[in-house]
Each structure stands twice: as C-alpha cells, then as structure tokens.
Design a protein around this ligand. Structure first.
Ligand code: HDC
Length: 278
C-alpha cells in the first residue's frame, strides 16, 4: 500500500545534519530574483527567513524521493501543498544545525492524500533555530480510509487590500531555483511535466513562497529580521516568467496576503507574523 497512515503518522525521519555559508545564502537570494546589495553581497548580508526551509537540503543534487515510513509515492503525483516557517531568531549568514522531522498527519482527501511534516532545526548547542510545518499533496493517493483533516482557511478581510505588490518572475527562474537543492524534474523537463499533467514545467512552490516573502519584506517591513513566521497554501501553479500580484492586508501584528498569477490565486491562506524588533 503506497500510504499506510498507521505507520506514517508520528514516524520520525532520519536526522539531517547540515551547514551553510554566505555563498549558499547569496545563491538562494539570486534564485529568488534578488538584485539588492543587502541580499547579494556578503558584507552586510541580510538573510531571508525562508532560507530556513531550503538550508537542510541545499546541496542535494538528486530529485527528491517521496519515500518515508508508511509513504511511498511517485514523485510525478506530488505537489507541494503548504509551507510554514517560524524563525525563533533571525537566521545567521552561516552556521550548522541538525534537522529533526516527524510526520505529523496524513489526511485522506478522497482524490488525494495530504502528508504533513513538522521539523525543528537545532544549533549544535541544542537551541531551536526555526521550526517548519509543510504538506505535500499526493494526487490520486487518497481513499485509504483515513481522516479528511482540516480545510485550514484563513479569512481575508472584505475591504480593499492596504498594499498591492507586483513581482515579475524570470523565464529561467526554475532553472536557477533548482540549484537550491530541489532537482524535481517537474520544474525543468517538459516531458516529465506533461506526464504530471502540465503543459510546461512549473515553478517550485518554495520559489514562489520565497519571492513573495521577500517582496512583502521589501515593500512593508524594516528588514527580514522582522519576520517571526510565514505560512501559505500553494493554491495554484505558477509558470516561470509570470508576474505575481500580492494583495496585502495589515491585521494587528500580522499581514494577511493572497497572491495571484494572471487572475489565478496561487498563494492563499497566507499569513506573515511580525516579531517585535527592539
Ligand atoms: C520529500 C520531498 C517531497 C517533494 C516535495 C515537493 C517538491 C516540489 O518540487 C514540488 C513543487 O514545488 S510543486 C509546485 C508548488 N505547488 C503547486 O503548484 C500546487 C498548486 N495547487 C494546486 O494545483 C491545487 O491547489 C491542488 C492540485 C493542490 C488542489 O486542487 P484540487 O485538486 O482542485 O483540490 P480541491 O478540490 O481544491 O481541494 C480538495 C481538498 O484538498 C485540500 N487542499 C487543496 N489544496 C491544497 C493544498 N495546496 N495543500 C493542502 N491541502 C489542499 C482542500 O482543503 C480540500 O480538502 P477539504 O475538502 O477537506 O477542505
């Protein structure tokens, strides 16, 4: 059975020990389309909080395998569903850490399975650097008799957005972003993309996630250190070269946002929470 929730839920995945340098951070920022000196030059480098989600596998060159205890799914069926990161302190430009991950839930959506993972990155002295919660949406893998799970909708205010941000992506964005540790052929190989049901390769969800987080920081915040957490649902695919339109509402100590590509929602249920920076 490709999915066995009794085995999967609660399973601990092997720890990942990892380290990163300025060069990794610079490449990550460039792959998001950064041109600002504070993101692309090692002196005075500011680290985007979303770097945390790619840092553990940054040097991976093989396509990801969707194979965990109780889960064995063809990569072509899988889409990134949701992503959240909470950074307990601003990320340094270099360091080392260990990532501990468990499968938190497996939901049965009938036509799909949603596999939820939670991870914590700890520094060598045991301090929690950041935590993440993410899900993958495995098409055609539902119907195993599991619970349906929550719908997880975030209310968007009815008023007009406080700010609207336009962010172009590059035609070669996915080719660049592959160098940040996700060599899923879905983002480069037209034949693989067609077999997965798309007319052309699609952009990595985590690339959209990083591009939008950066755009919001640059438009509205004092810097990346002000982000406590950022979570979003990948509600629609983005094709490299499309322009992203992000509608942002201020809501106390958080920002609620929705991102569109053309008129299609691509990031929904998106909330960026602010840290009090002294
Ligand atoms: C170990 C490594 C593993 C590999 C990790 C991934 C590697 C990466 O390289 C892969 C990627 O980056 S893929 C690119 C990023 N992701 C996307 O583009 C997905 C975009 N989303 C979609 O196409 C649709 O929303 C779609 C198709 C996701 C859902 O659309 P529909 O089929 O129309 O579903 P819908 O009828 O709207 O909802 C059915 C139930 O599913 C829940 N749901 C919907 N979208 C979800 C999402 N994105 N994440 C989690 N759950 C989601 C709905 O809530 C609904 O459940 P319920 O009825 O209980 O509310």
């Amino acid at each position: 059975m490709p999915i066995d929730p009794d085995v999967a839920i609660g399973a601990e995945l092997p720890e990942i020990k990892f380290s990163w340098t300025h060069s990794d951070v610079l490449l990550y920022h460039l792959a998001l389309g950064a041109t600002e000196l504070r993101y692309v030059y090692e002196q005075g480098l500011r680290v985007l909080p979303t770097f945390g989600v790619v840092a553990p596998r940054f040097h991976e060159t093989a396509p990801p395998a969707v194979s965990f205890p109780g889960v064995d799914v063809d990569l072509a069926r899988v889409l990134h569903g949701t992503q959240e990161i909470t950074v307990h302190a601003a990320l340094p430009a270099e360091g080392e850490a260990v990532l501990r991950t468990r499968i938190a839930d497996v939901w049965d959506k009938g036509k799909a399975a949603v596999i939820v993972q939670e991870s914590t990155a700890l520094t060598p002295d045991g301090t929690a650097l950041y935590t993440t919660r993410s899900s993958i949406f495995a098409r055609g893998e539902g119907g195993f008799g599991g619970e349906r799970g929550p719908s997880g909708r975030v209310e968007v205010p009815e008023r007009e957005p406080d700010v609207v941000i336009e962010t172009p992506t590059l035609p070669q964005q996915a080719y660049l972003y592959r160098l940040c540790g996700d060599r899923n052929p879905l983002h480069a190989d037209p034949g693989f993309a067609r077999a997965a049901g798309f007319d052309q390769p699609i952009l990595h969800g985590l690339c959209t996630y990083g591009v939008v987080c950066k755009a919001v920081i640059d438009a509205l915040l004092d810097g990346p250190e002000q982000v406590l957490s950022f979570g979003a649902k990948f509600a629609g695919v983005v094709f490299p070269g499309e322009t992203l339109t992000t509608r942002v509402w201020r809501d106390g100590s958080q920002l609620v946002l929705t991102t569109f590509a053309a008129d299609r929602p691509v990031l929904t249920d998106a909330v960026l929470s602010l840290r009090d920076v002294p």
